[in-house]
Design a protein around this ligand. Sequence first.
Ligand code: NAD
Ligand code: LMR
Length: 329
Amino acid sequence: MTRTPVNVTVTGAAGQIGYALLFRIASGQLLGADVPVSLRLLEIPQGLKAAEGTAMELDDCAFPLLRGIEITDDANAAFSGANVALLVGARPRTKGMERGDLLSANGGIFKPQGKAINDHAADDIKVLVVGNPANTNALIAQAAAPDVPAERFTAMTRLDHNRAISQLAAKTGAAVTDIKRLTIWGNHSATQYPDIFHAEIAGKNAAETVNDEQWLADTFIPTVAKRGAAIIEARGASSAASAANAAIDHVHTWVNGTPAGDWTSMGIPSDGSYGVPEGIISSFPVTTKDGRYEIVQGLDINDFSRARIDASVKELTEERDAVRELGLL
Ligand code: NAD
Ligand code: LMR
C-alpha cells in the first residue's frame, strides 16, 4: 500500500477513552479499511509512561494500517501535520460534580491546544472535541485557531445520538438500523434535547408511532440526557468504550458521508439556523458528504421542541459568557 498515512492526533491518550479508542483507529475503523494511519499521542508528563505502555500494545497487534506512533507532552509536536485531532484529554466529571464546574478546570487546556492546531496542523485538519464540557471546549479551541476555518471544530454529541436510537429501539421493538433522522439539539449535557419528531422508524414517523408524550417527556428525554450521569453512578467512572465508539462514528461519518435518507447529530459552530445564536457550538441535525457537513434545513419545530432547544442553547450561551469572562475566548 503506497498511500500516505493520515496523521491522527489523540490527546489524553493514556486515559480510559484513549485506551478504548486507539486500537480501533489503528485497525482502520476511524477512516476506512484501506487508509493507513500514523498516531500522535499527547499526554501530560504523568501520563507519558502509560501512553508508552499502550503504544507497546498497539505494536503487539501488528495492525497492517498503523504506520507510526509518536508520544509527546508537547502540543506543538503532537499537532504537527495533524489531519484529524481527537481532543479527549480533560478532567472527567466525578460523582457529585456539575459540568459547569469543569469550565475553569478544562478551559485552560483547550486554548493552548487550539493555538497549537492553528500553528502546526495540516490544512485539512478536522477536530473533534470529546473532553467535557465538549461544546464549550471546542469553542475555546476554535477561538484560539483563527487561521483554521471555524467549521473544522466540532464537539461530540454522537454518543447522545446513539443512546437515543438505542432507547427508541428498545421502546418500540424496532431494530436500531430501522431508526433514521433522529436529532440531538444543543449541549452535550443534561439540557440536551433528543428530538424524535422528525425521526422515522422503518419509514414511519417516530413520534406518531410512539404516540406517548408522557413517555417522551418523562422517560425518553431524561434517560438519554442523564445517561452520562447514570453511567458514572453505576461504574464509578464516566463512559469510555461507548464514548470511544461514538468518536469513531462521528469522524467516520464526517469523512465518509451520511447514508441517503438519514442524518446524524454533531456539535458544530452555529450559522444562526433554527434561531441558535451564531458562533456557539451547538448540536444540529447534519448530513455529510466529501468531508463536509451541512445543517439539515427546513424542519418544522413545534412548541414542545422549541422550548427544549432554547433551554439547552441558553445554557451554551451562559457557558460561552463564563469562559469569555475567564479570558478564554
Ligand atoms: P481519563 O481521566 O481516563 O483520561 C483523561 C486523560 O487525559 C488522562 O490520561 C490525562 O492524563 C490526560 N490529560 C489531561 N490533561 C491533558 C492535557 N492537557 N493534554 C493531554 N492529555 C491530558 O478520562 P476519560 O474517561 O478518558 O474521559 C476524557 C474526557 O471525555 C472527560 O472530559 C469526559 O468527561 C469526556 N467524555 C465526553 C463524552 C462525550 O460524549 N462528549 C463522553 C464520555 C466522556
Ligand atoms: C457522558 O455523556 O457519558 C459523559 O459526557 C459524562 C461525563 O460528564 O463525563
